[in-house]
Design a protein around this ligand. Structure first.
Ligand code: NOJ
Length: 585
């Protein structure tokens, strides 16, 4: 009762504080209806993104080595419909085409990743450097710059060289730190004269949890309760080492920035008057974003992670925590290694407290958190199963980053929504709605004082969506994967995003509504064009099949010979049966 009273007083105090400091903004309230018309700070950078394995294709061309994703996706049953990124969008061959799409959107920046095995085939620099790989990224960077588009380059978007996985068990092994540092150093040397924004790791949460805990992603290991923590530990150290390398060897000359891109869903307490739920929601965010951000900004894991994993490990009878620890020297080495923080944000969960006592043998990252995740069934859910549109969560997450990590410079490195449809649909009104609302929440967060410098729509193109294969489309541009030329078509959201960029925000209700209406009008004609094109290519495929001697032979066997033999057998049996019956009568 006393706690409740104290909480209510705190709540009122907080509201008063927010009202007096944040003008008309109160990010603690779910103002579903309120839309803020206004513009972004001058120089705000608008972009779109993609990553090497998801878009490049050319998986075995020009001396590229294998990555863990090449190997994982070729194993049956790992990816929806056994899709692979072998050819994907063929972006490797389409630099000019793709840069003209970016021009069409008037992008200020493009975020892409370098494929480590494309430039160092085994992952070990002393083995061999692949000049053709270097050439490809040189061309891409040059072409972007010629078109006034700033490259934001990720060094690791999940495609570890397979040799490093086989030889050392990948991120389970401490030796990755030096190999990654050699690779990063090579990138700084080759591209750093032109690239000024580096991201060491993309979404290390996924690498650790889905790669080494649940095994849904490459390399597919299921080392529950330990694998993710160990991988994350090495990734954090590798990040720090690369930041120091840049800082001591390149910064003075190249004058760039080195950051990281972290994934962070927002966690909202189910019951905001229940202290246990409030703490559980905080834990959810700390185990997600805080796991990586807290060491990089404050030198160590969040206290709540150390407490929870430590206690559960002890209850399991383990002598030490499953969460590794940093030495005092490591803590000071890691602290302060983010020139900017990249945030990849897509969705939100409601969180409630749930005790998950550890079994003697079973433990996992998920049960370590002692919480349950819930969703509101009214939240729109157009595409990926996990992705609900909850725009207000974005503003809260950005404010959380501001207060927890000392208002760092932020780039939103990923934000967007998918659709599940396999059929063609360019009129993506739900995506327009998603972008409109999420970008607006980001604008409100900037008004709250959050230091957001840029926004990256995810993604430029439809692409290989990891274990979901091509079944989930995040692109502003539709890619026809059935056509071997992989043509791109603008969805309606291209027109809408383009207007936001040109106006650097949302001028007024009438205009924004006009953008939406025009975008939808334009897309219906492109939709018809694409449908006609698809019919044409389906017809061409059928014709090709008929003319291909082997397939026509097989078709003759399956479609003519087999049914004819079956029908004849049935007829003969019927005649025989009648004959026998007659004779008996
Ligand atoms: C985060 C990953 O970094 C990105 O590659 C992926 O496309 C999005 N999530 C959407 O699932």
């Amino acid at each position: 009762m006393q706690l409740r009273c104290a909480l209510s007083v705190c709540h009122v105090l907080m509201l008063v504080l927010c009202l007096s400091t944040a003008e008309d903004f109160d990010w603690t309230k779910n103002n579903y209806g309120s839309f803020y018309y206004g513009t972004f700070p001058t120089g705000f950078s608008w972009g779109a993104g993609g990553s090497a394995y998801q878009t490049e294709g050319a998986w075995d061309k020009d001396g590229k080595g294998l990555s863990i994703w090449d190997v994982f996706s070729h194993k049956k049953g790992k990816i929806q419909l056994n899709d692979t990124g072998d050819s994907s969008c063929e972006s490797y061959y389409k630099i000019k085409d793709d840069v003209s799409l970016m021009k069409e959107l008037r992008l200020n920046h493009y975020r892409f990743s370098i494929s480590w095995p494309r430039i160092i085939p085994t992952g070990i620099k002393s083995d061999h450097v692949n000049e053709k790989g270097i050439q490809y990224y040189d061309e891409l960077i040059d072409h972007l710059l010629e078109n006034n588009i700033t490259p934001i380059v990720t060094l690791y978007h999940w495609d570890l060289p397979q040799v490093l996985q086989e030889k050392y068990s990948g991120w389970q092994n401490i030796s990755m730190i030096n190999h990654f540092n050699d690779y990063a150093n090579l990138c700084f040397e080759k591209f750093g004269d032109r690239v000024k924004h580096w991201i060491t790791f993309n979404n290390p949460w996924s690498v650790a949890v889905e790669g080494y805990e649940t095994g849904e992603h490459a390399p597919g290991l299921k080392l529950r309760g330990t694998g993710a923590y160990r991988a994350a530990h090495h990734i954090i150290k590798a990040h720090a080492k690369v930041w120091h390398t840049y800082d001591t060897q390149w910064r003075a000359k190249q004058k760039g920035l080195v950051g990281v891109s972290l994934a962070g869903d927002w966690g909202e307490p189910v019951d905001i008057s229940n202290q246990k739920d409030i703490e559980a929601a905080e834990r959810y965010v700390q185990f997600y974003l805080g796991w990586f951000a807290t060491p990089m900004f404050h030198g160590d894991y969040p206290q709540v992670m150390k407490d929870f994993v430590g206690r559960k490990s002890a209850q399991q009878g383990l002598g030490t925590s499953r969460l590794p620890s940093f030495s005092p020297q490591e803590k000071s080495y890691i602290k302060g290694t983010c020139d900017f923080l990249g945030i990849g944000h897509f969705t939100t969960r409601y969180i409630t407290n749930r005790n998950d006592p550890p079994g003697r043998s079973s433990s996992s990252y998920f049960t370590d958190r002692d919480l349950a995740e819930l969703v509101d069934p009214r939240w729109p859910d157009p595409g990926s199963e996990w992705l609900y549109s909850v725009p207000w969560g974005f503003r809260r997450l950005l404010n959380f980053v501001k207060t927890q990590y000392g208002n760092p410079m932020i780039y939103v490195t990923e934000n967007g929504v998918s659709e599940k449809m396999m059929c063609t649909e360019l009129c993506d009104e739900w995506r327009i709605q998603y972008y409109k609302e999420y970008i607006n929440e980001m604008l409100k967060a900037i008004r709250d004082g959050v230091n957001v410098k840029g926004y990256t729509a995810w993604s430029l193109l439809d692409k290989f969506e990891w274990d979901e294969g091509f079944s989930e489309r995040f692109g502003l541009y539709y890619v026809d994967f059935r056509n071997k030329n992989k043509p791109r078509y603008p969805k309606a959201s291209v027109q809408f995003y383009k207007r936001i960029i040109s106006s650097n925000g949302f001028p007024n209700q009438r205009e924004v509504e006009n953008w939406r209406r025009k975008a939808v009008e334009m897309c219906s004609s492109s939709n018809q064009l694409l449908a006609a094109e698809e019919q044409r290519s389906t017809a061409a495929n059928i014709l090709r099949l008929i003319h291909d001697p082997l397939t026509s032979h097989m078709e003759m066997v399956t479609e003519i010979v087999v049914p004819t033999v079956c029908t004849l057998s049935i007829l003969i049996s019927a005649v025989l049966l009648m004959f026998l019956l007659r004779r008996r009568n």
